[in-house]
Design a protein around this ligand. Sequence first.
Ligand SMILES: C[S@@+](CC[C@H](N)C(=O)[O-])C[C@H]1O[C@@H](n2cnc3c(N)ncnc32)[C@H](O)[C@@H]1O
Length: 172
Amino acid sequence: MRSRSDGLPVRPGGAWTMEKLAYVEQSAAAFTRAMKGKWGRLVYIDLLAGPGRGVRRDTGEEFDGSPIRALKVNPLFDHLFLGDLGRKTVNALEKRIPPRDAGRVTLLCGDCNELATRVAAQLTGRTLGLAFVGPAGFGPRSTCSGPSPPGRLTFSSSFPIRSGSCETWLAS
Ligand SMILES: C[S@@+](CC[C@H](N)C(=O)[O-])C[C@H]1O[C@@H](n2cnc3c(N)ncnc32)[C@H](O)[C@@H]1O
């Protein structure tokens, strides 16, 4: 399915998708507002990021996906790690990232479990990260967990986790 506005792939969703995204956006904004200046670097991690734009199945209304919403959060995240399994999905997302924001983004393509390890290796010192795990059709055998470096980054869901040299808040 393609967007009517930019011709790139979009992800179909429903009312619940909008609700979920509103919560993500509010949490991200609260996160940067509360933590700006208290940590060396604030990062947003979304390794099931999708193409950055969705469309409602019932109304045809188009809306920004989680990575584009996170880019717009004010105060800004210092850096965003955005990834997806699908190459075409990542390509679409890349085209939707405004040039002014490109320097704040690391784009990744691959399985979230493998990407999580790569991202964790880049989190040093006083980094605070908000990781959004927003799967769909994503079974229990394919959760975003797996091995991650101890004390750096742990993927789970719905509650803050504090560990080692960085702290990661997770939501699903
Ligand atoms: C519901 S969409 C994400 C939507 C996005 N988080 C949002 O809220 O706008 C789920 C995405 O996860 C991706 N995905 C599924 N399994 C994955 C995996 N094992 N690793 C990375 N991405 C995966 C799919 O390609 C799809 O784009």
